[in-house]
Design a protein around this ligand. Structure first.
Ligand SMILES: [Zn+2]
Length: 462
């Protein structure tokens, strides 16, 4: 999923865009985009990711990619992943260019238009996947074909991986490739979704580079009791135990803990804040020892700021009792935690037990969290993103971000391939339609993103 929602209080200092249009590549990207949008790649009986991967392979073949440098492979006939390589001199290790081909289900009756037909109207491309993530996939395909045509030979190979089951399903392509075909995707670092440009009312605000993700972990809280007739109540009641525990959890906050990415986020965001008090608070939390009063003010002002500074755990489901006239024999809740990278889920569990402070509430982990290692803010990658952003979008600041949700970057980061979410395609912070109805991307923004990405991968593979 794309990362949004943070630029809610930014002051815009941007001027007009200076984008050199590259006609033939625009037309090519649009054609690929149309083809990919119109192949249903949902995780449903109607969906087939392999078809999309093969459509791309056919285009690469026409563009002159040798058969030995591309393949469609996967653990399931409908979940094929495309991996292709544009060879450089090999002086440096490759860069991996990743996008997912699968999309979230979209029903015709929920949309005002057909979700599986690319429609261009009033300055937007509409269709399932136009923002998540077939825009990026099409841009990557068009750009590697352009580079191939231009005879580009960088020091690094460019590896293109277009994969299955990022949005769900049981055959996550990146996980499978890293585990089974490491040599095909092995790279010094990777470019992925998860970042991108934020704008509001047409004004460009920030270009985000996602370098880190929080870790998802559910816990089940359960109280059991022998129960009995509700006409003869006793004080030892499963629902009361659980409710009191949850009330304590509601008042609890995990401690503020900053890392390289979140410090960078607040530091840079401070520079474009319209409110000087908020700017001062942002600088105060970015210091080596964060100012806790400033952290408390920021947390209260925006859930996003709070989520950047600490692990969060929140009750999301509640269940209990079995009859209106019976004492409850069981009461349970699901608590969903988003754990800061580097904090162990076991430590979070211990903390929950301590906060609930009731031995009757049994706490168990639901599933096992996949840890996610933050990627270091490499000066070469950051430097290129900064200078291209300055060139193409004057006045826009580059902000490192930690996603509060997860992307496929998780599998690469855990496979020791640092991963950066960046794409240069701007979307309105108040018009996020990924996974929703009438998903869309701006036509102008799509072509700008195409050109930004072209320059980015060329610079990075130089
Ligand atoms: Zn996505």
């Amino acid at each position: 999923m794309r990362h949004f929602a943070i630029a809610t209080a930014f002051l815009c200092v941007c001027s007009a865009l200076l984008v050199a249009q590259s006609g033939p590549n625009d037309a090519r990207a649009r054609e690929i985009f149309k083809e990919l949008i119109e192949i249903n790649t949902t995780d449903t009986p109607n969906g087939n990711v392999t078809k999309a991967a093969e459509a791309v392979a056919a285009r690469l073949k026409v563009a002159g990619f040798p058969a030995a440098d591309m393949q469609v492979l996967g653990p399931d006939p409908r979940k094929g992943n495309l991996v292709a390589r544009l060879r450089g001199t090999g002086a440096k290790r490759p860069v991996l260019l990743l996008a997912h081909l699968d999309v979230v289900e979209a029903k015709r009756e929920d949309w005002s238009i057909d979700p599986f037909t690319l429609i261009e109207k009033e300055g937007f491309f509409y269709g399932r996947g136009t923002s998540d993530d077939k825009s990026m996939a099409s841009q990557l395909v068009a750009n590697v074909i352009r580079l191939k045509e231009e005879g580009w030979k960088g020091e690094r190979d460019l590896i293109l991986a277009l994969t299955a089951d990022e949005e769900g399903g049981t055959f996550n392509g990146v996980d499978w490739l890293v585990k089974n075909h490491r040599q095909l995707v092995d790279a010094e670092f990777a470019i992925n979704e998860g970042g991108g440009g934020s704008m509001r009312n047409g004004k460009y605000l920030t270009n985000e580079i996602q370098a880190s993700e929080k870790v998802f972990q559910d816990f089940r809280l359960e109280v059991t009791n022998s129960g009995g007739h509700s006409s003869l109540p006793v004080k030892d009641n499963a629902i009361y135990h659980l409710a009191e525990g949850l009330a304590k959890l509601a008042k609890f906050d995990f401690p503020v803990e900053m890392n390289e990415v979140t410090r960078g986020y607040f530091q840079r965001s401070a520079d474009v804040q319209s409110d000087p008090k908020v700017a001062a608070d942002m600088r105060a939390v970015a210091r080596p020892s964060p100012d806790l009063a400033a952290a408390a003010r920021l947390s209260a002002s925006l859930p996003y700021y709070n989520a950047q500074m600490r692990t969060t755990c929140i009750a999301t489901r509640l269940n209990g009792g079995h009859a209106n006239n019976a004492l409850p024999q069981m009461a349970s809740a699901n608590v969903n935690c988003r754990v800061l990278p580097g904090v162990s889920p076991a430590a979070v569990k211990d903390k929950l037990v301590e906060v609930l402070a009731d031995p009757k509430i049994k706490v168990t982990s639901v599933g096992e969290a996949t840890p996610s290692k933050p990627s270091p803010l490499r000066p070469d990658v950051m430097g290129v993103v900064e200078s291209l952003t300055k060139q193409m979008f004057p006045g826009v600041i580059v902000v490192p971000v930690m996603s509060t949700g997860a992307t496929d970057g998780l599998y690469l980061r855990n496979g020791e391939i640092p991963t950066y979410g960046v794409d240069g395609t701007f979307g309105d912070v108040e018009d996020v339609r990924a996974h929703g109805r009438d998903e869309r991307v701006g036509v102008k923004q799509f072509y700008e993103g195409l050109e930004f990405q072209y320059r980015l991968i060329k610079e990075l593979s130089k």
